[in-house]
Write a protein that binds this ligand. Structure first.
Ligand code: ADP
Ligand code: MG
Length: 706
């Protein structure tokens, strides 16, 4: 672990935010420990522990006005109580009010005393989410309190915040500690880390007020705005959070760039031979991007470069040129792809291109077992020049002798974390160097997102397709006209064209997907007399898949029925027709990737988007976008608009972009200003930038080092 002294924030006794939570009145060791589990160790951690949402207990909703899915407060009288034990203990309490409707309260965990207390006639003030159950409206595990017969109900005056919390630490207790922390909030002049002139320029309001408002909204707060996260106080905090993320990625980048990388400045002899052997000349864009990469590799600072290029723009050959630069300098190269099919395709391309030059290409994939794997591992450890594989490249037991360059294809499917792991693989702690890193992506990332999620990378764009490509003519056709579409394939195949038929059942299981493809395969084989129809899906062995792909590539098959395993990277230039079944269920990015499999040869290509009517508004819009444009950038922008950034980046599961208040779709308009403020702060206030990261990312950042 690199020394942290350079970034440590000097203890500032005048700053109450840096006090340990234990310094607050009433916070003993047990509470401090519960808070620590939430990453809340210092007073400022509490200031920035923001509500997840708000509960409205300022009014009472009549049971008759409850709407499923809404959280509400109800005042009702118990009408009946039932304890059941059939499958598991259950307590059911029916309450009613003047609206003469009944609400069922359901408890699966309860104490006997609790059950015995609840008697018909008792008045209860309940708060929870109403939902539609088998017996009408119900609330599962609502919060409730008894209200004495004659007592007037004390209602809240303001919205109650709901905080992220942990077992054994209730909302009330947590809110109480946060109150105590908020009492120590200093005046804006001390709290604010963004320089005042920048705040003024970008219209940022007071941080102190924003925090107080978000934690303790006043009684007259604009509820709808708050719930939507669009209140100026929340926007102020979202700005600061986005800024912090931006600064932290920049810092990660700076930390990597401070380390050394091997200088990969070969003489270019291998590269020249590859170019001479290629059946085509590089496009201008490929030449420019390759030159940028080669130039980066010749530096002693690690390259961190994202090469963005639409489907079919020819990224692979740029990667091969980079690989040869590393090999010329005597270093190893790892190329990692997200799926086995894509990795296999890279393996074939690389072997085809590099082996004639005397450069061996190794293979490491998850399915590989036993001796083959042991031998491959041994050769990699001894310094085999090029290794292609899946994420198996990052597994335990894979050791490189001297990794100089890590290439990651189709980045959007890997998280930032995986990217860092591959880089760490190559880190040579004895010699203190890290490999250069090249990331390839076919999904153009909208600029706003790139600025935020990829602030740690330089970006090059291959913004030109090889000559002779023609846009794919795209039509959307209802499944009612399926027979007609099959007839069209028949005619095209009789003309010597080749077609993909893509089955897109969105099922979790590879088995169901495979079954759907088998059904389509049988249907088409029967309907297309005289045409040879092949089948490829994810449940087949790599060897079987390959045999089918080879037969298709060689023209022995006219039609290839496939699951979306062909989505990424499959390259058969003669295939000029694609039918995508159930296209209404796919997202834009995936449709674009799929369609990118055709339109690679010189003939005009067609894509038929088969859909199952009726189309919903969103699906209709997606299919329209696909018909109107083949431009990956426009499609990506549209995708962001329709689906939101988590999906676009494919990082939802990894939680890379989990924010407390910010939401990239809602707050994307803040990003240009975030970037400007970030650049200015790194230039003139690096210390304040560090403190901002400490403040927002705090505990987590203390463990992350690039
Ligand atoms: P992608 O950017 O989608 O990964 P590939 O690298 O797979 O694209 O290239 C797509 C196809 O275009 C391949 O068949 C490749 O050999 C071919 N190709 C790449 N560059 C050129 C070029 N400059 N001229 C003609 N064909 C090219
Ligand atoms: Mg590719």
């Amino acid at each position: 672990m690199p020394a942290r002294s350079a970034r440590a924030v000097p203890a500032d006794v005048a700053d109450p935010g840096l006090l340990p939570v234990g310094a607050l009145p009433g916070v003993g060791p047990a509470l401090a420990e519960a808070l620590a589990r939430l990453g809340l160790e210092r007073v400022q951690d509490l200031w920035f522990h923001l509500p997840l949402r708000y509960e409205d207990r300022t009014r009472i909703t009549m049971i008759g006005d409850l709407r499923p899915g809404e959280r509400a407060q109800v005042l009702g009288t118990v009408e009946a109580v039932e304890r059941g034990f059939r499958y598991r203990p259950q307590l059911k309490v029916a309450v009613g009010d003047d609206s003469r409707q009944t609400l069922l309260l359901r408890f699966f965990h309860f104490h006997r005393a609790q059950a015995e207390q609840l008697k018909p006639g008792l008045r209860l003030l309940c708060y929870g989410e109403a939902r539609l159950g088998a017996q009408g409206l119900e609330m599962v595990h609502p919060q409730y309190q008894r209200v004495a017969e004659s007592a007037t109900v004390a209602m809240d005056e303001r919205l109650s915040p709901v905080y992220p919390t942990t077992e054994g630490l209730g909302q009330k207790r947590l809110a109480g500690v946060i109150d105590k922390a908020l009492a120590l909030l200093p005046a804006d002049a001390e709290l604010e880390l963004i320089p005042p002139e920048l705040c003024a320029r970008h219209g940022l309001t007071s941080l102190r007020e924003a925090l107080l408002y978000a934690h303790r909204p006043p009684p007259d707060a604009a509820l709808a705005e708050l719930v939507a996260g669009r209140h100026p106080a929340q926007q102020r905090l979202a700005f600061e959070e986005l800024l912090t993320q931006h600064l932290s990625l920049k810092r990660m980048r700076a930390a990597v760039r401070r380390r050394r990388a091997p200088v990969l400045g070969g003489d270019g002899a291998l590269r020249a031979r590859l170019l001479a052997n290629l059946p085509f000349a590089l496009t201008g864009a490929q030449q420019r991007v390759a030159a940028e990469v080669i130039d980066d590799l010749a530096q002693s600072r690690p390259m961190l470069r994202l090469v963005q290029g639409d489907v079919g723009s020819g990224k692979t050959v740029v990667a091969a040129l980079a690989a040869l630069a590393a090999v010329e300098a005597g270093y190893q190269v790892a190329l990692m792809a997200p799926t086995e099919l894509l990795a296999e395709q890279h393996l074939r391309n690389f072997r085809h291109w590099l082996e004639p030059l005397g450069v061996a290409v190794e293979w490491l994939a998850g399915k590989q077992q036993g001796r083959a794997r042991q031998q491959a591992l041994a050769r990699v450890a001894e310094g085999a020049p090029v290794v292609v594989g899946t994420h198996a490249l990052m597994q335990e037991g894979v050791r490189f002798a001297r990794l100089g360059l890590a290439i990651v294809d189709e980045q959007h499917r890997f998280g930032v974390q995986q990217r860092l792991e591959l880089r760490d693989k190559g880190a040579d702690h004895a010699r203190e160097y890290v490999p250069h890193q090249l990331v390839l992506t076919a999904t153009p990332i909208p600029r706003t997102l790139a600025m935020s999620a990829y602030a740690d990378l330089d970006v090059s764009a291959i913004d030109e397709l090889p000559p002779g490509r023609r846009p794919v003519q795209t039509v959307a056709v209802s499944n009612a006209r399926r027979a007609e579409v099959i007839g069209r394939i028949h005619a095209a195949c009789a003309d010597g064209r080749q077609a993909y038929w893509v089955c897109t059942l969105i099922e979790e299981s590879e088995q169901l997907r495979a079954q759907a493809a088998e059904v389509a395969h049988a249907e088409l084989s029967a309907a297309l007399a005289g045409c040879r129809v092949g089948l490829v899906h994810g449940r087949m062995k790599a060897r079987e898949k390959q045999a089918v792909m080879d037969a298709f590539k060689a023209g022995e098959l006219s039609v290839l029925v496939a699951t979306t395993v062909i989505e990424v990277g499959v390259d058969v230039p003669n295939a000029s027709l694609m039918v995508i079944e159930n296209s209404e269920r796919l997202g834009l990015a995936q449709l674009h990737q799929l369609r990118g499999r055709v339109g690679r040869g010189a003939v005009a290509s067609n894509c038929v988007l088969l859909y199952q009517p009726p189309l919903g508004p969103l699906a209709r819009e997606r299919l329209n976008v696909m018909r109107e444009t083949c431009d990956g950038f426009r499609i990506a922008e549209k995708d962001l608009e329709l689906r939101g950034p988590g999906e676009v980046l494919g990082t939802r599961q990894t939680g890379q972009l989990a924010f407390r208040v910010a939401d990239l779709t809602r707050d994307a308009h803040l990003l240009p200003a975030v970037q400007q403020v970030g650049a200015a702060m790194l230039r003139s206030r690096p210390h304040a930038a560090e403190r901002l990261i400490e403040r927002w990312i705090g505990g987590a950042a203390r463990f992350v080092h690039a």
